[in-house]
Design a protein around this ligand. Structure first.
Ligand code: CUA
Length: 321
């Protein structure tokens, strides 16, 4: 979270995090006009109210001058027409921005997004890349996200881009943005989706076009490190961290500390030794052996982890004594 949080909060205003997409400045301007406009009107109405309370308070002079006003056409028209004009300005402005946000440019690059308890999966159909909880996009190019959910309703939210959209099972929802700056931004899930909801976050990295092209090539090679270190990286990037701890504390799932080689009590009353085969099975068929005291909520990682990655995670678990 360190550098992510810094990037998320850094350089923003008191009200809003840094605006980093081509549409977010419009959204912020409308927000500021509505907020400061309402604030000014509020202060003006209260000021006039206080002034009238004092000026027309009950005194003998005021009582003598008292006149009963029953109708005032000018007043009625002005308090109807002036607010109508203000509201219509906000409506037309908001509707135009809404259309801009809803229609992705025709030359957008497409990334498929799947929300799942409790991680985000990103699939680049053209580039053939698959990523978990991390997405990399080029700066200055419109990106269209075609999103769906494999289980419950999630919501994809990037505060810095001012885009948010529900991610719903059995249909696609679309969101698009064009990043105007490079940087690291946080993706949140903003629809309560169960125990791991608050940990359902992804990192959105914006690279310059040339760095992005380099990344496309290099990320293929970056796995050439010792297996346990690769496993440690995967623990974060493949979202294991959302539900498992490595310090012995229980989260949604059992901790990985001291797991390897020890006996595990299962929900069905049996017990198994946590060896390589048990760990592998727990990743690809997590409901085959559910640990006692835990709900069978882990999604299968079959197809999401390559063989080498499964081996790397096992090596990492072995180091957690
Ligand atoms: Cu997914 Cu909350």
């Amino acid at each position: 979270m360190e550098n992510k949080a810094e990037s998320l909060m850094g350089h923003g205003s008191f009200w809003l995090p840094r605006s980093a997409s081509t549409v977010s400045d419009n959204t912020d301007l409308l927000y500021n006009v509505i907020m400061w406009g309402s604030t000014l009107l509020f202060i003006a109405i209260i000021a006039v109210g206080i002034y009238f309370v004092i000026k027309y308070r009950r005194t003998s002079a005021n009582m003598k001058a008292e006149k009963h006003v029953i109708h005032n056409t000018t007043l009625e028209l002005s308090w109807t027409i002036i607010p109508l004009i203000l509201v219509m300005i906000i409506f037309v402005w908001g509707y135009k921005d809404y259309l801009k946000l809803s229609i992705p440019p025709a030359d957008s690059m497409v990334i498929n997004v799947t929300g799942k308890k409790w991680f985000w999966q990103f699939n680049y159909p053209k580039e053939g890349k698959n990523m978990l909880n991390e997405v990399v996009v080029p700066q200055g190019r419109p990106v269209k996200l075609v999103m769906t959910s494999e289980d419950v309703i999630h919501s994809f939210y990037v505060p810095n881009f001012r885009v948010k959209k529900d991610v719903v099972p059995n249909r696609y929802s679309i969101v698009w943005f064009e990043a105007k700056d490079t940087g690291v931004f946080q993706v949140f899930c903003t629809e309560y989706c169960g125990d791991g909801h608050s940990g359902m976050m992804a990192t959105l990295r914006v690279l310059s076009q040339s760095d992005y092209d380099k990344w496309l090539v290099e990320s293929e090679l970056s796995e050439d490190i010792p297996l346990d270190q690769l496993g440690k990286k995967l623990f974060e990037t493949k979202a294991c961290v959302t539900c498992h701890s490595v310090d012995g504390s229980a989260k949604v799932g059992p901790t990985w500390k001291g797991l390897f080689g020890h006996h595990v009590d299962l929900a069905n009353g049996q017990s198994v030794e946590a060896d390589e085969n048990y760990l592998r099975e727990s990743m690809v068929a997590p409901n085959a052996k559910v640990v006692k005291g835990f709900a069978p909520v882990m999604p299968t990682y079959a197809g999401l982890l390559k063989d080498k990655e499964i081996a790397a995670l096992i090596e990492y678990i072995k180091t957690l004594k």
